[in-house]
Design a protein around this ligand. Structure first.
Ligand SMILES: *Cc1c(COP(=O)(O)O)cnc(C)c1O
Length: 836
């Protein structure tokens, strides 16, 4: 064999070795409708085992997915071969979350098979849309962070980067949300119930992951001390591979997700004794590691099982990439030239210690060499400045679960502190801030500091966030190592968030300015002059209208609320969190309702207030916000006095598929977090791309959004991050603000009196009290500015051509927010790999 291909053997017959297309030339598989129809029927018969006459929609979905998948596999094998043949540097993206959504439409779109599949199914008599709806979302993530990982995997394949994603194959992804009597109810999610045609199990790719036990030190042949970790128990990590197809099939990369299996599936001795439960207890415990995704967003989970999950997938991924490297190149020392690792947040931060352990204890390198390799290979993306979200593991837990890693962390820390002491400006405050060990909260390991110290580059996810990072969490480490911090503003893939979610707009773009934007989203700027073209604006708003009609039908079907597609669709969809300030929107909704009733003859703009989002299961305040939205909806929607001018709707179970329907139908995008608290946001980008106007604070990527689309095309209001800091430092008094604002005071009083919760008048008093007394998120401070801005928005809506002009400009100028741009930046500045 000319080169090693450990992963190829089990993927079937390889495609032509020297397929020129895979080196970056766009391609489309040549398949006609007849061939596709035959392929689907063959899969139905021989892979699903069904007679077409008896096949259910689910069977057709499986058959169609398998027929499309065949086209993926050829490209996949060619991509793997290409990476071995050229010996190029690989990117390893480690993430505890990948929020992928549905895959059939994505894969078909990227392989340009969508039309052929659709026609083939139509000839057979199968409804493509209804069938595609049956595919469950791969929801292995909570929200923005997991969705970012999915967008980045797709963009890396699009830019023909040899990239591997690594994560966990959870049996159960993010819970399904039901609304019962206005409250969130969490139901288990079961995405694998009908099997998963997009994954390939690789039984032969299995690694042992150790926990607990002891560390033995011995003298090596050279007199140096060697450490051997003797874990107390072991779990197997089994690989499951999902191909990730780039746009126009530029490349197919691998997302490798690990499943936990017991090393010994059954304890035969116990079974033979008659202890049937005890015989499989170990197995159950081992396999619980990949059982379920932690459903919390922006808070540290803090449980031992979570730490086990983090180490489990990080260790398996590092063992796998080190094995691949050594097999291909023969020498571990060249790792930094041939591999770069990106840590998506601190969840895989233990990689710093685990890579050191592998280099020191397994490959017998000396400390300095091992540290140099680690520090040039690993990079870390910080996603949050919220103190409650910064991971910190108790030293006692780490010592028990990962004794060898704890030793290594102490050693890294000793050298870090010794280096800092050499500086003339070193202070005790600086030493305690940079230390990997927090001594304040009962000794904990600061995973953010560990990730920082072990990384080549550390990036924030928007310009503001990266600046704040330097001033807050990494103030001292940033001062010590200023060259390491950089910014990479997030992006979104236009394949899913424009072409697939909004085919009407994609068609209009192509008809107007051609194919250019499909391959380079920044070419959308050629659309800008058409903002002045009345006929174009008309067509643009017709697309929006059709999307709104589809959403209106969905709202009616899902929650029985009838909304007028001609109304202004004002949309607030994202995780429910106090800092995202759904509460600010609800308070203003109530104020608007009061105003409509007080002045019924005014020329009100009909408006639909749409909300969706999940609350972490343990986040009581967020759950009350959901209940409040539903309580307000109930009162407002049934009051004839509003004459349908205001409707409030909460759509359950926000996920990627629902976002793909909601976002193209939005007129107004709510991005109203307390300034300084949203690291970037990516929802903001999806909405702008789809022609919604934004009402937002100067937070996260909203600032860059304003810079790109122009201050006249976005509605910015409220305190800036600096002002928030000052207000909090001085001590904010919300009751004064409330007293000065009669509309707000009335809203608070009605909530307190139980106007929206007649069945339990005290239900929302806790919410009101928190706002009156403390209001950490400055809802009341921004209320007036927000309400005024909403009235300006209503005024603009009345001038439909001005509104349409701005909507077109939003689409035309959001090309920079493509994840292709973001990944190109990572590739050039952090990873040092070429892109096409
Ligand atoms: C984009 C997206 C998010 C992130 O939204 P933000 O508004 O940036 O918080 C969360 N969930 C889903 C399903 C998404 O598609």
């Amino acid at each position: 064999m000319p080169y090693l291909m450990p992963n190829v053997a089990s993927t079937g017959e390889p495609a032509s070795l020297d397929d020129p297309a895979i080196d970056g030339v766009a391609f489309a598989p040549k398949v006609d409708t007849l061939q596709m129809r035959k392929a689907i029927l063959a899969k139905l018969t021989y892979a699903v085992g069904k007679d077409p006459a008896a096949a259910k929609l689910h069977d057709w979905l499986r058959a169609t997915s398998l027929a499309v998948r065949d086209h993926v596999v050829d490209r996949w094998i060619a991509s793997v071969r290409e990476a071995y043949r050229t010996g190029r540097k690989r990117v390893y993206y480690l993430s505890l979350e990948f929020m992928i959504g549905r895959q059939l439409r994505d894969v078909s779109c990227n392989l340009q098979l969508d039309a052929v599949v659709r026609e083939a199914l139509a000839e057979i008599g199968v409804d493509y849309e209804a069938m595609a709806e049956l595919e469950p979302d791969a929801a292995l993530g909570n929200g923005g962070l997991g969705r970012l990982a999915a967008c980045y995997m797709e963009s890396m394949a699009t830019l023909a980067i040899a990239a591997h994603g690594y994560g966990i194959r959870y049996d159960h992804g993010l819970f399904r949300q039901k609304i019962a009597d206005g409250w969130q109810v969490e139901l288990p999610e079961d995405w694998l119930a009908f099997g998963n045609p997009w994954e390939f199990e690789r039984r032969e790719v299995a690694y042992e992951i150790g926990f607990g036990g002891t560390v033995e030190a011995s003298e090596g042949w050279d007199g140096a001390v060697r450490h051997t970790w003797k874990p107390g128990d072991r779990v197997l990590a089994i690989a499951y591979d999902t191909p990730i197809v780039g746009w126009r099939g530029a490349r197919v990369n691998t997302l490798r997700l690990w499943r936990a299996r017991a090393a010994d599936p059954i304890h035969l001795e116990a079974f033979n004794r008659g202890d049937h439960v005890g015989a499989v207890a170990d197995r159950t415990r081992a396999e619980s590691i990949s059982r379920v995704l932690y459903p919390s967003d922006s808070t540290q989970a803090g449980q031992e099982l979570r730490l086990r999950q983090e180490f489990f997938f990080t260790s398996a991924s590092l063992q796998d990439l080190v094995r691949r490297h050594v097999q291909q190149f023969g020498d571990i020392r060249s790792l930094p030239d041939k591999a770069t690792i990106q840590l998506n947040d601190t969840h895989p931060a233990i990689a710093v210690a685990e890579l050191m352990r592998i280099l020191l204890d397994v490959h017998a390198l000396g400390w300095d060499e091992a540290w140099a390799i680690t520090r040039t290979t690993i990079n870390y993306t910080n996603h949050t400045l919220l103190p409650e979200a910064l991971e910190m593991w108790p030293v006692s837990l780490m010592e028990r679960l990962l004794p060898r890693h704890m030793q290594i962390i102490y050693a890294i820390n000793a050298k870090l502190i010794a280096d800092a002491r050499k500086r003339p400006d070193c202070t005790d405050g600086m030493l305690s801030a940079i230390s990997l060990i927090d001594e304040w909260h009962g000794r904990g390991v600061r995973m953010g500091n560990l990730a920082f110290v072990g990384s080549h580059k550390i990036n924030g996810v928007s310009a503001l966030h990266s600046e704040l990072m330097k001033k807050t969490v990494f103030k001292d480490l940033g001062a010590l190592y200023p060259e390491r911090i950089t910014n990479k503003t997030n992006g979104i893939t236009p394949r899913r968030w424009l072409m697939q979610s909004n085919p009407g707009l994609a068609r209009l773009v192509r008809d107007t300015i051609g194919e250019g934007p499909l391959d380079d989203l920044e070419k959308l700027s050629q659309l800008a002059p058409y903002a002045e073209d009345a006929a174009f604006r008309e067509r643009f708003m017709q697309v929006k209208r059709a999307n709104k009609e589809r959403l209106a039908a969905l709202i009616l079907e899902q929650i029985g609320v009838r909304v007028d597609p001609a109304a202004l669709f004002d949309v607030h969809v994202k995780r429910i969190h106090e800092y995202k300030r759904q509460l600010l929107n609800v308070l203003e909704t109530i104020a608007l309702y009061d105003a409509i009733r007080a002045r019924p003859n005014e020329d009100w703009v009909p408006r639909v207030k749409l909300f969706a989002g999940k609350a972490a299961s343990s986040y009581t305040t967020a759950k009350y916000i959901i209940k409040l939205i539903n309580d307000v909806a109930k009162v407002v929607n049934s009051d004839p006095a509003t004459r349908g001018l205001l409707k409030v709707a909460f759509l359950p179970n926000y996920n990627v598929s629902l976002a793909q329907v909601i976002i193209p139908a939005a007129d107004l995008s709510e991005q109203i977090s307390t300034a300084g608290m949203e690291a970037s946001g990516t929802g903001n980008m999806k909405f702008a791309l789809n022609g919604a106007l934004t009402i937002g604070t100067l937070d996260g990527a909203n600032i860059e959004l304003r810079d790109h689309i122009g201050g006249e095309n976005i509605f910015i209001f409220g305190l800036t991050a600096e002002e928030v800091e000052v207000v909090r430092r001085k001590g904010y008094n919300p009751s004064e603000t409330i007293a000065d604002n009669p509309a707000l005071a009335a809203v608070m009083e009605s909530l307190y009196a139980g106007v929206y919760s007649p069945d339990d008048p005290s239900r929302h008093r806790g919410t009101v009290d928190a706002l009156r007394n403390h209001d950490y998120f400055l809802v009341t401070a921004d209320f007036q500015a927000y309400a005024e801005t909403q009235r300006k928005i209503a005024a603009l809506w009345r001038n439909s051509s001005d509104w349409a002009r701005k909507a077109v400009i939003n689409t035309a100028r959001s090309g920079w927010f493509s994840s292709d741009r973001a990944i190109r930046d990572y590739a050039e500045e952090i990873w040092g790999v070429p892109t096409r």
